[in-house]
Design a protein around this ligand. Structure first.
Ligand SMILES: *[C@@H]1O[C@H](CO)[C@@H](O)[C@H](O)[C@H]1NC(C)=O
Ligand SMILES: *[C@@H]1O[C@H](CO)[C@@H](O)[C@H](O)[C@H]1NC(C)=O
Ligand SMILES: *[C@@H]1O[C@H](CO)[C@@H](O)[C@H](O)[C@H]1NC(C)=O
Ligand SMILES: *[C@@H]1O[C@H](CO)[C@@H](O)[C@H](O)[C@H]1NC(C)=O
Ligand SMILES: *[C@@H]1O[C@H](CO)[C@@H](O)[C@H](O)[C@H]1NC(C)=O
Ligand SMILES: *[C@@H]1O[C@H](CO)[C@@H](O)[C@H](O)[C@H]1NC(C)=O
Ligand SMILES: *[C@@H]1O[C@H](CO)[C@@H](O)[C@H](O)[C@H]1NC(C)=O
Ligand SMILES: *[C@@H]1O[C@H](CO)[C@@H](O)[C@H](O)[C@H]1NC(C)=O
Length: 330
């Protein structure tokens, strides 16, 4: 945001004021909001599959001996493969996780970050009878559990050693995972950019399973880990392409008594034909369907940091890209 000097004359203040209230002063990409704790989820949100069924209930992560040597694995597998065969095989929609193996005990572990109430609920809201405000079940969280399901990752995905760290680094990482889990609460499906040119302005960054893996790698680097070279690491990203976004407000300012009824109804029209989603396949069908709508109206309403934004959509509108983000290095 810009700033005004009180002593300046109107000649200089006026353009500054315009800047403060205009979109030009916005900080891009909009920083992902962190919270000081994780709120309880609303009982309305019911998971189709239990979140983190084999993790410790309190999220605890075992302490390693400082002198232990821990192998770190990149884990990736297609989201749909195990349930829907290759019906949607032309989209590379991958789930990412990280594996750890202790040399001293031989035990291994998986860490991943994903939706509490499935991806559809993080991408599309619910409409509850008598309440005009869309309701989101969009929390995501870290899950840490013992075991690595080699076959799951290896057969249609990736299980590859990317680094070796000490037990001491692992223990510091474990503390960071807990802190990250308590402050990064909401899943964000979309990356929003000005165009498909990789150098174009990024308006919003996604916050999903792959971002957890990328943050963890960066943290490991900071803690002193060295990553292997010559391993290509690609990740799935869901893109929206738009001109500069316009801030609309939060749920109460849009859908509350003082809200703009026509805007409220436009937002509902975008989202509500698509719920609820009982399967991942239905979700992908809805994303394909919303594509048609976006092309027609050139409009998308993004929900990010619990606030709504108007996106003036531009070709190619929506894209699913499996692109490389190299392992970090100094
Ligand atoms: C989404 O949330 C609704 C409401 O809590 C729930 O019934 C449903 O099982 C969730 N998952 C999916 C995939 O729709
Ligand atoms: C992260 O938070 C979720 C939701 O509170 C919890 O179930 C999970 O155990 C936590 N994970 C870790 C690794 O702390
Ligand atoms: C993890 O441990 C399980 C159970 O001992 C074993 O079957 C699997 O091969 C191990 N995977 C890795 C990558 O170490
Ligand atoms: C791997 O893909 C094949 C073919 O789509 C499928 O039959 C198999 O169940 C998949 N394996 C796993 C472990 O997901
Ligand atoms: C993106 O920017 C980098 C660094 O400024 C430049 O080397 C690269 O050629 C640019 N790529 C495109 C596609 O414009
Ligand atoms: C929503 O926006 C209004 C107007 O900007 C603000 O007064 C209110 O505190 C916000 N509500 C929440 C829950 O952030
Ligand atoms: C209300 O929202 C509509 C878009 O749905 C917009 O065109 C109009 O300018 C808004 N009105 C006010 C008073 O903000
Ligand atoms: C991985 O990403 C790179 C660059 O983003 C791309 O050229 C390559 O085709 C991708 N690999 C696969 C298997 O899609």
């Amino acid at each position: 945001m810009g700033s005004c000097e009180e002593t300046a004359g109107w000649r200089t203040v006026l353009p500054l004021l315009l800047l403060v209230h205009g979109v030009a002063a916005e900080q891009w990409p909009v920083p992902y909001k962190r919270f000081d704790h994780r709120p309880k989820t609303d009982p309305y949100c019911q998971a189709q599959y239990t979140f983190c069924p084999t993790g410790n209930a309190d999220g605890s992560i075992p302490l390693m001996k400082n002198e232990d040597v821990i192998d770190v694995f990149r884990l990736q597998a297609p989201v749909w493969e195990f349930k829907y065969g290759d019906l949607l095989g032309h989209f590379k929609i991958m789930h990412d996780a990280i594996g750890f193996r202790s040399t001293l005990t031989g035990r291994n572990y998986t860490a991943e970050w994903y939706e509490l109430f499935q991806l559809g609920n993080c991408t599309f809201p619910h409409l509850r009878t008598g309440i005009s405000e869309p309701f989101w079940c969009n929390q995501g969280a870290a899950c840490f559990y013992e075991g690595i399901d080699d076959q799951h990752w290896r057969s249609n995905g990736t299980l590859v050693l990317v680094a070796t760290i000490s037990g001491s680094i692992f223990n510091q990482l474990a503390q960071w995972i807990r802190d990250d889990n308590n402050t990064g609460i909401y899943y964000e499906t979309w990356t929003v950019q000005a165009s498909s040119d990789p150098n174009s302005s990024v308006w919003f960054d996604s916050y999903d399973c792959s971002k957890f893996v990328l943050r963890t790698y960066e943290k490991l680097l900071e803690l002193g880990a060295t990553f292997k070279r010559n391993i290509q690491t690609n990740y799935t990203r869901l893109f929206l392409f738009s001109g500069e976004p316009v801030y609309l407000g939060n749920a109460s300012s849009i859908f509350g008594p003082q809200g703009n009824k026509s805007l409220a109804s436009d937002i509902q029209k975008l989202y509500f034909p698509y719920r609820p989603h009982q399967s991942f396949k239905e979700l992908v069908m809805s994303i394909l369907d919303i594509y048609g709508k976006v092309v027609l109206d050139k409009t998308f309403y993004l929900y990010y940091n619990l606030e709504y934004w108007y996106l003036p959509m531009k070709p190619p509108y929506i894209k699913i890209i499996y692109e490389e983000v190299p392992l970090p290095s100094r």
